[in-house]
Design a protein around this ligand. Sequence first.
Ligand code: 4IP
Length: 146
Amino acid sequence: EEIIKEGILLKMSQQKKKISPKNYKERLFILTSQALSYYEHEKGKKKAKKGVVLAERISCVEIVEPEENAPVQREFPFQIAYDDCILYLFANDEPSRKDWLEALMHVIKGNAKLSAKYHKGFWVDGKFLCCGQTMKNAPGCIQWHK
Ligand code: 4IP
């Protein structure tokens, strides 16, 4: 499978379980036309696979409003919404975030069910900072200009 984009990004734990910790891990991300996969790495060298998001399941890719007083490594967040999950990733700078969003858009543009709306804010402590909804899969609150 041809690699469209590859690079190291910080990710927030997806907190799929109620008791999941909220933490941040640096992972090597690899995007193909089929999927976004992430791996542990050692100085950029690919190690164990930690997860995968299938391209066809993705409904939205957009920036997120950074948290207040975000540490430098979390100033450029973006989100990948799929199934009932949101994967939050953090680029090093604005150009890198823009590149990732463009590459992801390219891969998902043909998807049948891209969302009309999304959430500008993070989902933290059981609710969205933007709209206060408490379900992680709550419909987006503002228009997504794809
Ligand atoms: C883990 O924390 C890692 O952050 C996982 O990320 C994450 O899985 C887990 O979230 C979280 O519990 P510990 O390493 O402290 O156990 P990674 O897979 O990149 O190592 P995700 O789903 O974010 O990949 P849960 O909710 O999936 O358990």
